[in-house]
Design a protein around this ligand. Structure first.
Ligand code: FDP
Length: 334
């Protein structure tokens, strides 16, 4: 058992000794994620002082207005990996096409990343995050590209997120439990603060954008009506907690139980969230912590991606809460 305060590097090293199949390059990959996260943490916290708040005036490949910090986050991640030879290609919310890394033609992995999740929160000093998922590379040398990413989330070997909130927390899984590290800014190190996170079987909060209530499937409306009725024996009514940043809302559900959902609505016919760099990595983390993640009908990690910026309806969190959402959606409501 590692001790609270163990550095991330030490923890990864020990995990590699216990699980040799994930040793070696994977620990270096996580170290680079942590390196990029430290730079982002610093820049997010001083963005208002160095002219990094606000919009760029462009839209990203899936149509979202880009913030200056979105661009900075994307450049930071790419630079963190550009000269390492660790990943052959990267897809990101901010990149139209996969970015092939020239010096890493024979790298063993590919990276899916949302450098700055919840960027609408940047200008109000709200929480934001980074989400990442790493897959073994599939393509032959020189043929890396989209095909490396069109696969199931269950093939991920590492996934996690960083939450830039009142503190900066990095949470990761290599398929053997979920562990959280808090950044000690003075030491410049991520230190173990949440060992072996287990998501409670059920919670008492839900996170969703209720502005879309009238557009949701009637069964989802019934779910909300049920969750907000009073019945102390089932912890109801559930309280609404919605920060506008998936990572922050998910972090709460992971630690305290509850669920987050973003279903299809009139504006988002396939849901809003992106399968490869938002839903699948978080699904891997939550399942490793004994929670669940689905579209409401299908397990997220079983979905075969069809294109890199694919969107899916999404529900994630405590196993019993997610199962209840699924039951309502499929009309087996109590
Ligand atoms: P954002 O667009 O600000 O990056 O797609 C990501 C996301 O934020 C999630 O982090 C967040 O939960 C959701 O979208 C917020 O969307 P709404 O503003 O439509 O509620």
């Amino acid at each position: 058992m590692a001790k609270i305060g163990t550095t991330l590097s030490q923890h990864i090293l020990e995990a590699g000794q216990r699980h040799p199949e994930v040793a070696g390059q994977l620990s270096m990959l996580l170290s680079q994620i942590a390196f990029a996260a430290k730079i982002l943490s610093r820049e997010i916290s001083r963005a208002a002082l160095v002219g990094k708040l606000g919009l760029v005036g462009e839209r990203n490949p899936t149509g979202d207005a880009q913030k200056k910090l979105d661009i900075f986050g994307n450049e930071t991640v790419i630079e963190a990996f550009a000269n390492t030879g660790l990943v052959a290609a990267i897809i990101s919310e901010e990149l139209e096409e996969p970015k092939c890394i020239a010096c890493a033609a024979d790298a063993e992995y590919v990276l899916c990343i949302d450098p700055l999740d919840g960027s609408s929160n940047t200008d109000i000093n709200g929480s934001v995050g980074t989400i990442f998922g790493i897959y073994p590379r599939k393509s032959e040398v020189g043929k890396e590209g989209e095909k490396d990413f069109l696969r199931k989330g269950s093939e991920q070997v590492v996934a996690g997120y960083v939450m830039y909130g009142t503190s900066t927390v990095l949470v990761y899984t290599i398929g053997h439990g979920v562990h959280g590290f808090t950044l000690d800014h003075d030491l410049g190190e991520f230190l173990l603060s949440h060992e072996n996170i287990i998501c409670p079987e059920r919670g008492h909060t839900y996170s969703a954008n209720l502005a879309h209530y009238r557009d949701w499937h009637p069964n989802i409306q019934k779910f909300i009506d049920y969750m907000t009725q009073s019945d102390p024996s089932t912890s109801r009514p559930y309280s609404l907690r919605y920060t506008g940043a998936l990572v922050a809302d998910l972090h709460r559900s992971l630690l305290e139980g509850g669920l987050y959902f973003y279903p299809a609505d009139a504006e988002h016919r396939d849901g809003k969230l992106r399968l490869l760099y938002e839903c699948a990595p978080l699904a891997f983390v939550v399942e490793q912590a004994r929670g669940k993640a689905s579209t409401g009908i299908q397990r997220i990690l079983d979905i075969q991606a069809k294109f890199i910026h694919q969107r899916v309806p999404f529900v994630i969190g405590s196993a019993e809460d997610v199962e209840l959402f699924e039951k309502f959606l499929t009309k087996e409501s109590p």
